[in-house]
Design a protein around this ligand. Structure first.
Ligand code: SF4
Length: 575
């Protein structure tokens, strides 16, 4: 029997409540004929020390350790863990899967990972296990691994990519029963009125949100499921391995949800895919089932062009309580640069429809695309100010993170070409390590794609938010706000909205410089950086998709990436 220890990696300061779907899919997807025994050590949830990890490896005695790393900012942990395993267990084969394999060349040259499994890992991983079993876990003749599609490994010390494996179109759900053997299921299947929404919605607005539920669901559990995979979009800041979009057959989905909801007393379903609802017919069948069962549901990512009034009315009637839109921007120019393939009107209408039917919306923005400037930020504020809820009891949430240039995206490639990310193995590693544990809301991780100094734009996230709160206060009137809104943001917003627009903006701007960069930097900004001088226009002149721009900017393909650059250039975004 082959023993395989699977681990995820800790991401961020707190364990994620997103269930370990990649791990579940690998355990279920590996060919049973290979006679493998799996153990999943949930490093993200348990956060063990390296000594505890060592004890676990010693007691389990794996032939292979499979590391699942879904986010590039986790690279530093992967590196540390891999070196630690190599030092203590030199004969164990280390395999990495997940989105981070987009930087397989860096992984293989800078860590002790033996193989990267790209894309959907199950078929490639099965083929790799089979080959390793035949070779008695002794990787000698590396040439013979070239036949396994989807693999990256060192060949004559250069990372070698065997080409993309065929996509399977299978959409595996999380097997909660299986996960319960290894980890705390209560963490991934929380109470409807528990932590999940309490960390996403202001505590003073929670009651308004829970009023949207069927009362009988409030003390039940919520479960995360996937009704589709892939996306119909090709945004220039987004990386995905799966090409195209595929919805699960509704009958299969309904069958799965029926068993799941009955077994675990589920009162709410979270659809966690990146692009919910693009297949209208399949979605309709699935949500009508939920409606008949009086189970509430939410979709964590919906494209604005997916919805129209009929759909939103139908979704509401079927128990939908929350939709999150990746609105990103309401500037036509920025949407073009992003290649969002969504108009400002579609973004605005999608939110307005949810307001009309009392569905709670988290509007996800993204600041700082190349070409972003004060005008485009203002355009976003003005457009979103027309989408404020009439119902004062529904929570109001807007997220304003910065663009994060992640490998495998046109934005990352553009940053390499203009020298923001040094085009060397060490330079790229330095940049990726600089993202370690950085949240996209931190300006420190942002590569400044604007013509302003970084200090000058630090206030943008607060500016967007406070301007929208000021509009909200104007819409509902001060007395209603005082009566119904107890969250601090409305108190700050009230003070802010009393000042004339130009004064509040200026105060916020310089206050943000001091709070992020300190007094000294404020003086440097004013006296040395000539911020009052007319700026040269470089990024401001950008007015087309960043993908089109970077394609005309040649770059030398380095020796270490000569077989893997195709991974870096991305697959989905059409290059
Ligand atoms: S960011 Fe764009 S391409 Fe990526 S999942 Fe969202 S809509 Fe699709």
């Amino acid at each position: 029997m082959t023993k395989i220890l699977l681990v995820n990696i800790p991401a961020g300061p707190y364990p994620t409540d997103y269930p370990p779907v990649g791990i579940s899919r690998v355990i279920e997807g590996v060919d049973p004929k290979l006679n493998c025994d799996f153990y999943f050590y949930d490093l993200d949830y348990f956060r063990p020390s390296f000594e505890e990890i060592k004890s676990k490896i010693q007691s389990y005695g794996p032939d292979i350790i499979g590391i699942s790393a879904t986010l590039t900012p986790g690279y530093s942990y992967v590196k540390k863990l891999s070196l630690f395993i190599k030092n203590n267990f030199p004969n164990v084969i280390q395999v990495l899967g997940g989105e981070t394999t987009v930087i397989s060349n860096i992984i293989l040259l800078k860590t002790k990972i033996d193989f990267c499994v790209t894309g959907e890992s199950e078929p490639t991983f099965s083929n790799l296990i089979s080959k390793l079993q035949k070779d008695n876990f002794n990787i000698k003749d590396r040439e013979t691994y070239k036949n396994i599609r989807g693999l990256v490994f060192l060949l004559d010390n250069i990372p070698y990519f065997t080409g993309y494996a065929e996509e399977t179109n299978i959409i595996r759900q999380v097997n909660y029963e299986l996960m319960a053997k290894f980890t705390d299921l209560n963490h991934y299947m929380q109470n409807v009125n528990g932590q999940f929404y309490r960390i996403r919605i202001n505590k003073h607005e929670m009651d308004g949100f829970f009023n949207l539920f069927y009362k009988h669901n409030l003390n039940k559990k919520m479960a995360t499921v996937f009704a589709s995979k892939g996306c119909v979009g090709g945004c220039t800041y987004c990386h995905r391995f799966f090409k195209g979009y595929k919805a699960i057959e509704p009958d299969k989905m309904i069958n799965y949800m029926e068993n799941l909801t009955r077994k675990y007393d589920i009162g709410m379903i979270q659809f966690a895919e990146e692009n919910f609802g693009s297949n209208t017919k399949a979605t309709s069948k699935i949500i009508n089932y939920l409606g008949e069962r009086k189970i509430n549901w939410a979709a964590s990512a919906v494209r604005s062009d997916t919805v129209n009034e009929n759909k939103i009315r139908e979704w509401k009637a079927a128990g939908c309580v929350n939709i999150n839109f990746g609105t990103e921007s309401c500037s036509k120019k920025i949407l073009n640069i992003m290649e969002k393939r969504i108009t400002v009107e579609q973004n605005v209408n999608a939110i307005k429809l949810c307001r009309k039917y009392d569905i709670f919306v988290i509007t996800g923005l993204m600041l700082g695309m190349p070409g972003e400037n004060e005008k485009t930020v203002r355009e976003t504020i003005d457009a979103l100010a027309t989408t404020l809820p009439d119902n004062i009891n529904i929570p109001y949430e807007v997220c304003t993170p910065w663009l994060q240039a992640i490998p495998g995206t046109p934005v990352y490639e553009y940053a390499r070409r203009i020298g923001f990310i040094e085009n060397s193995l060490d330079g790229e590693e330095r940049y990726i390590e600089s993202l370690n544990d950085k949240n996209s809301s931190e300006i420190s991780q942002y590569l400044n794609f604007t013509d302003y100094e970084k200090e000058e734009i630090a206030y943008w996230p607060y500016y967007v938010f406070l301007e929208l709160i000021a509009s909200y206060i104007k819409k509902h009137g001060i007395w209603k706000i005082i009566k119904y809104k107890k969250a601090n943001r409305f108190i700050y917003g009230l003070i802010y909205s009393m000042l004339p627009r130009i004064i509040r903006k200026t105060l916020l701007k310089y206050f943000s410089v001091i709070s992020y960069f300190g007094f000294i930097n404020l003086f440097k900004l004013i006296f040395y950086k000539n911020i009052f001088k007319k700026k040269k226009k470089y990024f401001n002149n950008i007015d087309q998709s960043i993908k089109k721009i970077y394609k005309d900017m040649p770059i030398t393909v380095r020796e270490d990436e000569k077989y893997t650059y195709i991974l870096r250039e991305g697959r989905i975004t059409g290059r």
